[in-house]
Design a protein around this ligand. Structure first.
Ligand code: NOJ
Length: 565
């Protein structure tokens, strides 16, 4: 295996709109990121992934791009981008950007041309189809449902036909069967890489091809969502190989594809194993769905299915063992807050630190999502009008259609998974609007900002923030660096319902990682190990008697050990 800089990096994901507002208009911006680079450096991260800041009408907060090489005015200017990249690099922080290949905004000049007439040169940049006739009415070419609810097709009057859009109506899908689209995207990627960025997180990468246009069968939904119709189809790999050959391989860059839940491990391997020449890594979300959140309506503490969670992590770790590399992340801007899904509100500090250790000790490149390092939580939604995210509104409507008499339940179901949860403004201090802005922010601030904020964390050496800093420091600078980055991962106790224990092994170094997911006191037998050192823990003192460790609620500890023969 060739070692790469990105295997040894620690990433941090920034959602610009919510990170820091430097010009007091209530919207986070590029200068806000610039001003917080030292903060990130202090935390220890050396790679940032910035979500889209391109010119956009913001139907999907920037994933609907109007111009791939211009900056949305609310976020700043191209000069701000240049300044940001330069300063980040001076501080030793690499920068990757989001690259949206599947769609553009309907306000992108290509689409404006494309929809204008059937013989426009840009017509084939997008996916167009005639409607069908049913009972004397024109209907969509297929019954496929879209990710954000409703049909995957949108009728367009000027040419009396439908365009495909697997996300929102304002995000028409590009037609990757058209080689001109490849050329455009290759040019865009090159331009950004030539500007000095260090790679891309590639959005919705698994969706670049479509199945035959046949209806989804066997569902009572009017527009059933069957992502197999537009996920992981063979041609996607041809497109990625071409991008790799013509752009990515020519730069020392990192490419991480978002393959979502639609990709199995076998598919993940096809995108990102070392010998495939497609992507450096893929983000999957299997571990985000272990608590069956779609079905949860109670606001009580969630009970984590630890056995399932471990098996998911283990499968990915095992499968990529010698053949590829993985990003390690608990959440992103589309997932519920970590503390509200796997943490425990009664033991926030202990459970938060335990979750951080459990992830950061695995093999892969960690990515922290903004606010995770201070334990930010989901927003306490009380009304559907509080949703900003287009897909949360879609989810609410979907549940309400199923049970029209129970709007409260529909709200709860939509709230827990709402993508607005991770997008509330970053909580910097207990000042007005959490120190994010002095003006009313575009999105509600979580009311718990007085107790959960950066300033408070930085004043307490025992805070979650410092635990993240220590974990990062161990991975970067300690004598355990190599075993943490490159060591072999071995799961222990797969059937234990409360403990997540595993080993990392490299040459003569072995780390034993013990994480309790329980409020209860538990014990763990250490008799097969000779204890050499304590590497990191979330309680200062451990209780070890007769080669048994007595674990406190959510206790997490890493030992350097030697196995007894
Ligand atoms: C995945 C992104 O993470 C999400 O935020 C976005 O809505 C969709 N792709 C569409 O671009």
């Amino acid at each position: 295996m060739d070692k790469k800089w990105w295997m040894e990096s620690i990433g941090y994901q920034i959602y610009p709109k919510s990170f820091f507002d430097s010009n007091d208009d209530g919207i986070g911006d590029l200068n806000g990121i610039y001003q917080k680079l030292e903060y990130l450096k202090d935390l220890g991260v050396n790679l940032i992934w910035i979500c889209p800041f391109y010119d956009s009408p913001m139907d999907d907060n920037g994933y609907d791009v109007r111009n791939f090489f211009d900056v949305a005015k609310e976020f700043g200017t191209m000069d701000d981008v240049n300044k940001l990249i330069e300063k980040a690099h001076q501080l030793g922080i690499k920068v990757i950007l989001d690259f949206v290949l599947n769609h553009t905004s309907d306000e992108h000049p290509w689409f404006i041309e494309s929809r204008s007439s059937v013989d426009n040169p840009y017509r084939d940049y997008y996916i167009w189809h005639e409607g069908r006739q049913k009972d004397g009415q024109k209907i969509e070419p297929t019954n496929w449902g879209s990710f954000f609810g409703g049909s995957c097709w949108k009728y367009d009057e000027p040419t009396d036909s439908y365009y495909m859009k697997i996300f929102s109506d304002k995000m028409p899908d590009l037609n990757w069967k058209n080689e001109k689209v490849h050329d455009e995207m290759i040019q865009i990627a090159k331009k950004w890489l030539d500007k000095g960025i260090d790679g891309f997180r590639i959005d919705a990468v698994s969706h670049l091809d479509r199945a035959e246009y046949e209806d989804v069968k066997g569902s009572t939904d009017r527009y059933p969502l069957d992502w197999h119709k537009f996920s992981n189809l063979p041609k996607v790999h041809d497109y990625l190989k071409k991008l790799n050959q013509e752009v990515f391989s020519k730069y020392d860059c990192l490419t991480i594809g978002e393959v979502g839940g639609a990709a199995s491990i076998d598919q993940g391997i096809k995108y990102a194993s070392f010998d495939r020449d497609e992507l450096s890594m893929v983000f999957n979300f299997d571990h985000n769905w272990c608590n069956n959140l779609h079905e949860v309506t109670s606001t009580k503490q969630l009970k984590t299915n630890v056995v399932l969670l471990k098996s998911v992590f283990n499968k990915w770790q095992e499968s990529f063992k010698d053949i590829g590399w993985l990003p390690l992340n608990w959440l992103n801007h589309d997932q519920p807050r970590l503390m509200s899904q796997y943490g425990d509100y009664k033991f926030p500090k202990a459970s938060g630190k335990m979750l951080a250790t459990a992830l950061h000790m695995m093999r892969g490149t960690p990515f922290i999502y903004q606010g995770e390092e201070i334990g930010m939580t989901n927003f306490p939604f009380e009304d559907v009008s509080q949703f900003n995210d287009i897909s949360s509104v879609g989810t609410y409507r979907y549940h309400l259609e199923k049970e029209p008499d129970d709007p409260v339940k529909a709200l709860k179901k939509a709230a827990l998974r709402s993508r607005d949860n991770p997008r509330t403004p970053m909580q910097w201090s207990n000042d007005i609007y959490a120190g994010f802005s002095t003006e009313k922010p575009w999105m509600m601030v979580n009311p718990n900002y007085k107790t959960i904020n950066v300033e408070k964390n930085l004043k307490d050496q025992d805070s979650l923030w410092y635990h993240y800093q220590r974990l990062i420091d161990l991975r970067k600078n300690s004598k355990y660096r190599d075993v943490i980055i490159y060591g072999e991962y071995q799961l222990l106790d797969p059937d234990d319902q409360n403990l997540y224990t595993y080993k990392r092994i490299l040459k003569d170094q072995t780390l034993l990682i013990i994480n309790s997911f329980s409020r209860k006191k538990l014990k763990y037998d250490l008799s097969s190990y000779e204890m050499i050192n304590k590497v990191i823990s979330n309680y200062q003192k451990q209780s070890i008697k007769n080669q048994t460790i007595y674990l406190k609620p959510y206790e997490s500890i890493v030992f350097e050990v030697k196995e007894k023969l």
